[in-house]
Design a protein around this ligand. Structure first.
Ligand SMILES: [Zn+2]
Ligand SMILES: [Zn+2]
Length: 350
């Protein structure tokens, strides 16, 4: 394909809110001075893709091409590119640009750019639509493409760009490591990466899941303990146990009960959130000096650190590779929690 003009590439898009995805063609911009063209090989299906396509996070532009767990090869580079070469293995996560000069960008927290980071999809800060990774190619500025080390296959690496960094960042920040007891709430696409990463960091990992249905998986992924939150006894037995709890659950839950599982000065971090405000009794954190925190993906430097960490420890996502014509079926299966643990689209089938 030409790289000097806007080009047209194949993609899968939702033509309207809640509509099934279908094959379309979309424009990709001409290569700028510091842009790279990526031939996408694999793109993970994140639960947030489904929320966005269903317009559950507010009004969005359509047609929408979801996808922010992108892994592929550099196919062309702009004249001023220094970080990547043609043929390099690269990944793109949840955002593709930011101002680069504000306090947060300078700190490497591009996801919180004070001038607005550009999401991989569905929309940039200028109000123009942006198209994600359910596509054969994407053009991004070189600073927003991560290097995927040789130690991880591209298909297992793709989900790390969202699910991996979403869990790595809070585990790192709040000190998961040897001697620490960490609980991961929910064993889905996010939670299974949390178990793997926390275990690789050296923490003693417990899975807290609604039932014991996935117990064998949880233990295989690196957890030492597995408890059902559907059993009220769990909250009595485990009271005061954990240094850190990371919740990946987006349904409403009894936060006071979970905060009761923390040790003195323990921390509970939420990377999933219910759509409705949640009541909590602040005495649940005042007693015991506890912290209730949130976390949203991670910046570019930390995302690279996560990929390097995963390669060093031989970690990738547990995946089911699908052809593009099965995206709609995969969405239904994600909603039914019938995936272990991430669908990844083989973009050669688009
Ligand atoms: Zn995501
Ligand atoms: Zn900025």
């Amino acid at each position: 394909m030409s790289t000097t003009d806007t080009t047209t590439v194949a993609a899968y898009a939702a033509p309207a809110a809640k509509a099934p995805l279908e094959r379309v063609t979309i424009p990709r911009r001409a290569l700028g001075e510091r842009d790279i063209l990526i031939e996408i090989k694999y793109c993970g299906i994140c639960h947030s893709d489904i929320h966005q396509v269903k317009e559950e996070w507010g009004e969005a532009p359509f047609p929408m091409v979801p996808g922010h767990e992108i892994a592929g090869l550099v196919a062309a580079v702009g004249a001023g590119v220094t970080r990547h070469q043609v043929g390099d293995r690269v990944g793109v996560g949840c955002f593709v640009d930011s101002c680069g000069t504000c306090e947060n960008c300078v700190e490497g927290l591009e996801q919180f750019c004070l001038n607005g980071a550009t999401g991989t999809y569905p929309i940039g800060p200028d109000g123009e639509p942006t198209y994600g990774g359910y596509s054969t190619h994407i053009v991004v500025t070189e600073d927003f493409a991560l290097k995927i080390p040789e130690g991880i296959s591209l298909e297992a690496a793709a989900p790390l760009l969202c699910a991996g960094i979403t869990l790595y960042s809070p585990l790192k920040r709040w000190g998961a490591g040897p001697g620490k007891k960490v609980a991961i709430v929910g064993l889905g696409g996010l939670g299974h990466m949390g178990v793997k990463i926390a275990a690789a960091m050296g923490a003693e990992v417990t899975v807290l899941s609604q039932s014991l249905r996935k117990k064998d998986d949880g233990l295989k992924l690196g957890a030492t303990h597995y408890h059902a939150t559907g059993d009220p006894e769990t909250f009595e037995k485990l009271a005061g146990t954990f240094d850190l709890i990371v919740s990946t659950v987006s349904a409403n839950m009894d936060f006071d009960a979970y905060l009761g599982l923390l040790k003195t000065r323990g921390t509970m971090v939420n990377v999933g959130a219910p759509s409705e405000p949640t009541p909590i009794n602040l005495f649940s954190i005042i007693g015991g000096d506890k912290t209730l925190a949130g976390s949203m993906v991670g910046g570019i430097p930390e995302t690279q650190e996560m990929l390097d960490f995963c390669a060093e420890h031989g970690l990738g996502a547990e995946i089911e590779v699908i052809s593009a014509d099965r995206i709609n079926e995969a969405y239904d299966r994600v909603l039914a929690s019938d995936v272990r643990y991430r669908f990844v689209i083989d973009t050669a089938t688009i």
